[in-house]
Every structure is written in structure tokens, then in C-alpha cells.
Design a protein around this ligand. Structure first.
Ligand code: ADP
Length: 630
């Protein structure tokens, strides 16, 4: 059966990514969307689109009936579920099969088996795949669980059988806490998954999360596409992923890849899958779970192997054999992915919603940007606040880290808070460079991120301000660069809710901030400006502050005068004494802080007196034109 048209039962970057491969394969695509996604990128990119319903997930992306109806109306051959949503839902695969529509995913039995942490572990133990020592039986009485925890030995991890995304997981450090933590895990599991069963595991104290990409076809072939290290996590959510895993011995690596293939064979799997292992400080590794779908981080495996995993998924779903044998799959170089989120790392990573006023992501060779949103789109409360995945390839890990930092530092997002600075900072920590980040490092408060408004930062901003066309910096034969007329630059900046004043002067080829602290910006320093918001990048730390909002001030109405809202230069005076003007007419154009401002008449008026002329420098609050409303 050849697939000619695919409905993508997903949204955002993964829908966009799947459409890209379909285009290359000459397969038609159908996008589906909920109300907030009416104008989304994935809808615009697909050949056809189908509205599902409201923002409520049960009414749209999780509604099996509506998706089947859409698939039938648009006469698709297959449905690709992406990741999340219905990608691991056995009932969805079965419902599609009933209507003779191909599910581009794992067989329903595998979805069901691996969807239960207890059944998955029991299966893997039978297949001789190493598992974390623990308890995964049906008896869920508190006494039995407490007893099992004692036998495993503290610390113990409680996990929801139906769990995912770290929900329903609790670490218990001592026996006296067990009953309370169990209750809390059960409650969370019941709420999130409608199932309060749990398993217990030995809590690994210095864990690395290493997973293997596997692939199987309908003819019994299974291969791996090497491993990924996803240890950089926050609250069990991956933040940075890379391939291959650094610091893994050849022997351990071979054992792990073989174990992953064995695990996949043990369940007669078909399609793309991931075997997740947890690795202890002594290099022993254990099966944690299998993800029966494409992963968010699949791109890093693609970049080191040159394989398009979505293309393979489609081929395998069509019944074709795997395009390559194990011996034909090679890896080359190193790849890193970061997840760029709309969240505030300085405020407990609170998701940040709102309009994306500007999204500027640096593109370059060997850099992939997967994104479902861009400038003028919004981050809403309805969906995951991921803005983009940035993926970089280089010949080795060190170069790859450097290249990723460069990409991050050259990128900027305005309108919402993001973790972009935090990501770059993480990549520059010794812990990351030495691959000593464990899955709990971030949650334990290591690697904190607290950028401040230092003289260096002010100097970089001043340099940016002064080196732009029309600026106040001039080249003086005798003295080199200097501020025009040796006028000190007065800066009023707002940082973390506080107002700061700085006087900047240029002396001895460096900036003097408030009379001290010489600093000369370096080539790695960057300054991103959007309206009155500023982001300065110095040593891979991103410092955010804002200027007074002159544009807002400029719109404060005064019918009797035109008043300079900020210090700056007059570019043009469009009126003279005695002129009659209408409300809304631009009377004065002025420039300061890299911005041009048009000052308009508030009401129909007669110009009484013009006090300045073009090129005059004026202070804030200066009356430029007197008016008499008519
Ligand atoms: P979920 O299905 O909720 O994502 P996982 O079983 O995949 O749960 O575990 C999520 C994360 O929790 C892992 O990536 C790892 O960081 C941590 N984790 C899981 N099991 C253990 C364990 N036994 N000891 C320590 N950390 C663990």
C-alpha cells in the first residue's frame, strides 16, 4: 500500500516537521486545528486543513471521533500522530484500523504493553534486559508497598504505572515519609491518569538519562540509531539533548545498544521507538521505559546518522523493509538540541504567555530550527510553551557546544520571557562541558542563573547605542573614538523592577561608567534591542532590562503643546508660527535611543510658537511647540 495523503493529528513544530518530510516525499498533507491555531504555521503549510473545535483538548487534538471524521472527509491513507496527544493511545490506533486508515506509529499491543510501567518492566525482566531494582506487582496495599520499599532500600522512587511526563513521581528518602508520599503519588496519578497504581524503584542518586533510538519494520528487522544523552532535565522534563552520549565507554555503549535492540525484539515492535535507560555512577544501566513514538529529540539522531526518521516511519507504515541494515547505519560528529521555552528562569520557570513581538532565531550551516510559531504569533495557556527546538551539528562535542552558544547568543525573542539565556549559560557551565550533569542537577538548584546589571553590561549597551548610524560617537584623529562633543551619555534603565541611572563617558579607548570601571566590549558581546526592551549577552549570560517607555510617554496627550518625551535630537519641524493644523498631524520628528518618534497634534489647533529647529538637541519635557486648540 502506498501512502499518498497523510493527516497529521498534531500541531506546532512537530506538525510542521512532519509536513516538511511529506513534501519531500511528494505526499499530500492535511493539518487539523483548534480555534487558537486557526492561523498557525502548520495550518498554513499543509495542503489541506480541517477545523476540529475549541481550545479544549478533548474537543480537538484529543478527540478521536473528530480526527477519524476529518481523516475520512479528507480521504487520507494514513494518520501521523506526532508525539504527545494521541501518539501512544492504543484506542486511536485501533479506531483508525477499523476504518482502514494506517496509523503511522506502533502496533496497538505495543502501545498498551509499554503504556504500563509495571507490564513494561515485567516484560523486560523476562527478556533479560536489565531493570532498576524495584517492585512492580499487582498487590497495591500500603503494607505490601511499604515492605517492598524497605527491601529495595531508601531512597526509593514511587512512579505511577500509567505515568508520563514525571507526573505521579515521588522520591522518598526515609521510611517515615513513605506513607505520606505514597498517598500523594497515588492522588496525583489518579488525577492525571485515572489510575492510582504505582511501582517502586531504587532511586539512583547520580543518574544519567541515556536512551537509544530504535527502529523496526513489519518483517522482523530491528536496528538502533545510536544513543542520546538527555540528562539535562528540569522536573523530569528534558531541556538539552545530545548525541552521541559523551563519556560513555565503548563497552557500556555496545551493551546498551544491544540491550535496546533486544528489548525491541522482545515485544514484536514496529516503527520508531526509544528505549530509555537510567545510568548509575558506576556505569551500570537499567531499562526505565520505552517511548512508542517519535521523540521530541529525534533530530539529534537524524543529524549524526543522516537518516530522516519521519521518512522511515512512513516507509515502514507502508510495509516496506527498513531502508538500511544495521551495518549500513553510521554516525558522524555530534549534535545538540535545546528546547527554547516561553518561561521565566528568574521566576521559578513560570510559563510566560503573550504576543511574540519578535522572534529572531539565528540560522546558519548545520543549524536546524524546528518551530511552529514566529513573530506575531502568540504563546497561549492552551498548549506547551515551547517556541522552538534549535538543533546544531558539528564534527565534535566541543565545537558543537560553541556553535550552539553562538546560535543562542545571536538569537532573541521579545514579547515573552524565555529560557534562551539560561540555555546558553547551561552550555557554558563546567558541569556541562565535563558532561557531569545528572537528571537531578537542575532541580537541586545547581547552575543557578542570576544575571545582573553590571558596568560591563551598561558599556555593551552604550557601545551598541553609540555605534549605530546617526549616533553620538565620532572618530577623532587625535583621540580615537569618543562621544560627540564629549557629552556624557545619561542612561536611565530599569532592571528587575528597579530604576538605575548611569553616566557613560568614553576615555582611554574604554567606557567609564559612573566615573569608574573601564570596560571595552568584546567581539562575543551582543546587544538585542526591541523598542524599549534590551537584552545584552556577555560571557553567554543574557541580561535583560528596559529603557523608559518613551513611545508610551509620547502618546500622553497635551492639546496646548508638543513636548519632547525624551532627550534627543530634532530631525524635522513640519510647522511654523501661525499654521493651522488638524488633530493627528505630525508636527515634529525627533530621534533618540535609536528610535524615531513622530509627535502629533492632539487636537485641531493654531500653532502659536515654534521654539526649536532641526538638529537641536533637547532635554526631556522641553516644550517644542506651543499650540492653541480651535
Ligand atoms: P515519565 O514516564 O513520567 O517520563 P520516566 O520513568 O521516564 O517517567 O522517568 C522520568 C525521569 O525521572 C528520568 O528521565 C530520570 O531523570 C528520572 N528517574 C526515573 N527513574 C529513576 C530512578 N529509578 N532513579 C532516579 N531517577 C529516576
Amino acid at each position: 500500500m502506498s501512502i499518498g495523503k497523510i493527516l497529521i493529528a498534531n500541531r506546532g513544530e512537530i506538525a510542521v516537521r512532519i509536513i516538511a518530510t511529506c513534501r519531500q516525499l511528494n505526499i499530500k498533507t492535511v493539518a487539523v486545528f483548534a480555534d487558537p491555531d486557526r492561523h498557525a504555521k502548520h495550518v498554513q503549510m499543509a495542503d489541506e486543513a480541517c477545523h476540529l473545535g475549541s481550545a479544549n483538548l478533548a474537543d480537538s487534538y484529543l478527540n478521536i471521533d473528530k480526527l477519524i471524521a476529518a481523516a475520512k472527509i479528507h480521504q487520507v491513507d494514513a494518520v501521523h500522530p506526532g508525539y504527545g496527544f494521541l501518539s501512544e493511545r492504543a484506542e486511536f490506533a485501533e479506531a483508525l484500523a477499523k476504518h482502514n486508515i494506517i496509523f503511522i506509529g506502533a502496533p496497538a499491543e505495543a502501545l498498551r504493553l509499554m503504556g504500563s510501567k509495571s507490564a513494561a518492566k515485567q516484560t523486560m525482566l523476562q527478556a533479560d534486559v536489565p531493570c532498576v531494582p524495584g517492585y512492580q506487582e499487582a498487590d497495591q496495599s500500603t503494607d505490601t508497598l511499604r515492605q517492598a520499599a524497605a527491601e529495595i532500600g531508601y531512597p526509593v522512587l514511587i512512579k505511577a504505572v500509567a505515568g508520563g511526563g514525571g507526573k505521579g513521581m515521588k522520591i522518598v528518602h526515609q521510611a517515615s515519609d513513605f506513607d505520606d508520599q505514597l498517598k500523594s503519588a497515588q492522588r496525583e496519578a489518579k488525577n492525571a491518569f485515572g489510575d492510582d497504581q504505582v511501582i517502586l524503584e531504587k532511586y539512583i542518586t547520580q543518574p544519567k538519562h541515556i536512551e537509544v533510538q530504535v527502529f523496526a519494520d513489519q518483517h522482523g528487522h530491528v536496528v538502533h540509531l545510536f544513543e542520546r544523552d538527555c540528562s539535562t532535565q528540569r522536573r523530569y522534563q528534558k531541556v538539552i539533548e545530545e548525541a552521541p552520549a559523551a563519556g560513555l565507554s565503548d563497552a557500556t555503549r555496545t551493551d546498551m545498544l544491544n540491550a535496546a535492540v533486544k528489548a525491541t525484539q522482545a515485544i514484536d515492535y514496529v516503527g520508531a521507538g526509544t528505549i530509555e535507560f537510567i545510568m548509575d555512577g558506576d556505569d551500570s544501566f537499567y531499562f526505565m521505559e520505552m517511548n512508542t513514538r517519535l521523540q521530541v529529540e529525534h533530530r539529534v539522531s537524524e543529524l549524526i546518522t543522516g537518516v530522516d526518521l519521519v521518512a522511515w516511519q512512513i516507509k515502514v507504515a507502508q510495509g516496506e523493509p527498513l531502508p538500511k541494515k544495521q551495518t549500513e547505519i553510521h554516525e558522524s560528529g555530534h549534535a545538540i538540541q535545546v528546547r527554547l521555552y516561553a518561561e521565566d528562569p528568574t521566576n521559578n520557570y513560570l510559563p510566560s504567555t503573550g504576543l511574540l513581538e519578535r522572534v529572531q532565531l539565528a540560522v546558519a550551516d548545520h543549524v536546524l530550527v524546528d518551530s511552529g510559531v514566529g513573530t506575531a504569533d502568540s504563546v497561549t495557556i492552551h498548549y506547551d510553551p515551547m517556541i522552538a527546538k534549535l538543533v546544531v551539528w558539528a564534527k565534535n562535542r566541543k565545537t558543537c557546544i560553541k556553535r550552539m552558544q553562538q546560535v543562542l547568543d545571536e538569537s532573541a525573542v521579545f514579547g515573552v520571557k524565555t529560557n534562551i539565556g539560561f540555555l546558553s549559560h547551561l552550555l557554558s557551565t563546567k558541569a556541562f562541558l565535563k558532561h557531569q550533569i545528572y537528571t537531578n542537577s537542575l532541580d537541586q538548584g545547581e547552575l543557578a542563573y542570576l544575571p545582573s546589571l553590571s558596568p560591563e553590561v551598561v558599556a555593551i549597551y552604550a557601545d551598541h547605542l553609540l555605534s549605530t548610524p546617526g549616533s553620538a560617537r565620532v572618530w577623532d584623529r587625535a583621540n580615537g573614538w569618543r562621544l560627540q562633543g564629549n557629552q556624557p551619555l545619561q542612561l536611565q534603565l530599569f532592571h528587575q523592577g528597579t530604576e538605575h541611572h548611569f553616566t557613560v563617558t568614553w576615555e582611554d579607548d574604554a567606557y567609564l561608567i559612573n566615573g569608574q570601571d573601564h570596560y571595552l566590549p568584546g567581539p562575543q558581546d551582543r546587544c538585542h534591542v526591541h523598542r524599549h526592551q534590551v537584552q545584552v549577552v556577555h560571557n553567554h549570560l543574557r541580561h535583560e532590562f528596559s529603557l523608559p517607555d518613551y513611545e508610551a510617554k509620547a502618546s500622553v496627550a497635551d492639546a496646548n503643546a508638543i513636548i519632547a518625551p525624551m532627550p534627543g535630537k530634532i530631525i524635522e519641524l513640519k510647522v511654523k508660527d501661525g499654521d493651522q493644523v488638524r488633530a493627528g498631524t505630525t508636527l515634529v520628528v525627533m530621534e533618540a535611543m535609536k528610535m524615531e518618534l513622530e509627535l502629533k497634534a492632539e487636537a485641531d489647533a493654531t500653532v502659536k510658537a515654534v521654539h526649536h529647529q532641526a538638529n537641536d538637541q533637547v532635554q526631556a519635557e522641553t516644550v517644542l511647540v506651543d499650540m492653541e486648540p480651535v
